[in-house]
Design a protein around this ligand. Structure first.
Ligand SMILES: Cc1cc2nc3c(=O)[nH]c(=O)nc-3n(C[C@H](O)[C@H](O)[C@H](O)COP(=O)(O)OP(=O)(O)OC[C@H]3O[C@@H](n4cnc5c(N)ncnc54)[C@H](O)[C@@H]3O)c2cc1C
Length: 304
C-alpha cells in the first residue's frame, strides 16, 4: 500500500516543489514518457534524506533523475516518487586552485563553463553532454577520448541506510559507462573534480572544436537520448547499424537517425513502445548480420 500523502506533506514542509502526475516527457531529452506519480525537486540534503527514509519505510518506490538525457521512460509512467536535485545540489565552488566541487544537480554545461572561466582544463570533452554532474558520474560519461573517471577526485552520496558518505576515485569502480552507483542504488549528492590550469582561450578553443564535431555528426536538432547502445568491443554500434541498412528505419515517430545511426530520434510524438520496438529490431538485425549483441546504454525505466 502507498503512503504517498505523507511524503507530499514532508516535501511541502521543506518547501520543495512537488508535482503530482507530472509528465516525464518534460524531464527527458527524448521528450517521451508517461506521468511520474510524484515529482519532487529536492533542495537540501536533510530534506532529501528524510524523503528517502520515508519512501523506504512506506515502501514507496523512488528514483533519482538528473537531466533525463539517458532515460527512456515508459508510456505508462513511473510508480512512486521521482526526485530531481536542485537548490543546494545546484551549486559549484572552487576548493583550491585545481579543484572544483560541484553539486550533483549542476548541469555539465554549467560545470564546463565554470571550469573554463577558472582557467581549469580537463572537462572540455564533456562540453555538449546534456546531463547533470550526478548523472555523468553515475554513467562515467565520456567523449573524444575523455571520461569522468579522468577528472573525478571523489563523490559524495547518501547510501541505502540514508547515511552520507564519500567514495574516492579508487572506490568508484568507474569503467566504460559504469560506476559503482549503477550497482548500489546510492544517491550522488556532489563531486570533487581535479583539473589542470591552462589558458581560458585554449580551453574554450577545445570546447568549441568538440562542440563543432558533435553538431556535424550528431542529430542534436532532434530529441534523443544520445547513443542508444554501448560500443561493442572492437566496433561501433552506429557503423554496424548503418551497415545493416537501418539508417532512417522508422517505427512510428521513432527513427534511426540519418545523420548518426547510433542515435534514435523522436521525430514528433514517438512513444516509449515505438522506441523499444525499434531497439529490438536493430538488435536482431545486427545480431543476424554480424553476430554482435548490442547492449543498451540508454536506461529504460517505469511501469512495464
Ligand atoms: C544529444 C546527446 C548527446 C549525448 N552525448 C553523450 C556523450 O558524448 N557521452 C556520454 O557518455 N553520454 C552522452 N549522452 C548521454 C547522457 O547525456 C549521459 O549518459 C549523461 O551522463 C546522463 O546524465 P543525466 O543527468 O541526464 O542522467 P539521467 O538520464 O537523468 O539518469 C541516468 C541514470 O543516472 C542515475 N542518476 C542521475 N543522477 C543521479 C544521482 N545524483 N544519483 C544517483 N543516480 C543518479 C539515474 O537514476 C539513471 O539511472 C548524450 C545524450 C544526448 C541526448
Amino acid at each position: 500500500m502507498y503512503y504517498i500523502d505523507s511524503i507530499i506533506e514532508m516535501a511541502d514542509n521543506y518547501g520543495f516543489d512537488v508535482k503530482l502526475n507530472e509528465s516525464m516527457s518534460k524531464h527527458t531529452t527524448f521528450k517521451i514518457g508517461g506521468n511520474a506519480e510524484l515529482f519532487i525537486n529536492a533542495k537540501h540534503i536533510q530534506g532529501l534524506i528524510d524523503i528517502l527514509s520515508r519512501c523506504q519505510v512506506n515502501e514507496v518506490p523512488y528514483m533519482i533523475i538528473g537531466k533525463g538525457s539517458n532515460l527512456l521512460v515508459s508510456d505508462k509512467g513511473i510508480d512512486g516518487v521521482v526526485i530531481h536535485l536542485d537548490g543546494d545540489f545546484n551549486r559549484i565552488k572552487l576548493i583550491d586552485n585545481k579543484t572544483i566541487y560541484s553539486g550533483a544537480g549542476v548541469s555539465m554545461a554549467r560545470l564546463c563553463n565554470f571550469a573554463c572561466e577558472q582557467g581549469l582544463s580537463g572537462l572540455e570533452f564533456a562540453w555538449g553532454i546534456p546531463g547533470s554532474v550526478g548523472g555523468a558520474v553515475y554513467m562515467n560519461a565520456g567523449a573524444y577520448g575523455g571520461e569522468m573517471k579522468d577528472v573525478v577526485l571523489y563523490a559524495d552520496h547518501i547510501d541505502k541506510d540514508n547515511t552520507v558518505g564519500r567514495f574516492t576515485i579508487d572506490k568508484l569502480d568507474m569503467d566504460y559507462r559504469h560506476s559503482i552507483y549503477c550497482d548500489n542504488g546510492y544517491t550522488v549528492t556532489g563531486v570533487a573534480l581535479q583539473l589542470q590550469p591552462d589558458s581560458q582561450v585554449e580551453i574554450r578553443r577545445r570546447m568549441d572544436e568538440y562542440m563543432k564535431r558533435r553538431k556535424d555528426k550528431q542529430p542534436v536538432e532532434y530529441p534523443s537520448a544520445g547513443s542508444v547502445f554501448k560500443r561493442p568491443k572492437g566496433n561501433y554500434a552506429g557503423t554496424l547499424i548503418q551497415q545493416a541498412g537501418l539508417k532512417g528505419k522508422r517505427v512510428g515517430d521513432a527513427q534511426v537517425s540519418e545523420k548518426h545511426a547510433g542515435f534514435i530520434i523522436n521525430t514528433g510524438h514517438a512513444t516509449c513502445r515505438e522506441v523499444k520496438t525499434l531497439i529490438k529490431y536493430i538488435q536482431n538485425a545486427v545480431k543476424t548480420n554480424f553476430g554482435v549483441e548490442l547492449e543498451c546504454e540508454v536506461k529504460t525505466v517505469g511501469k512495464k
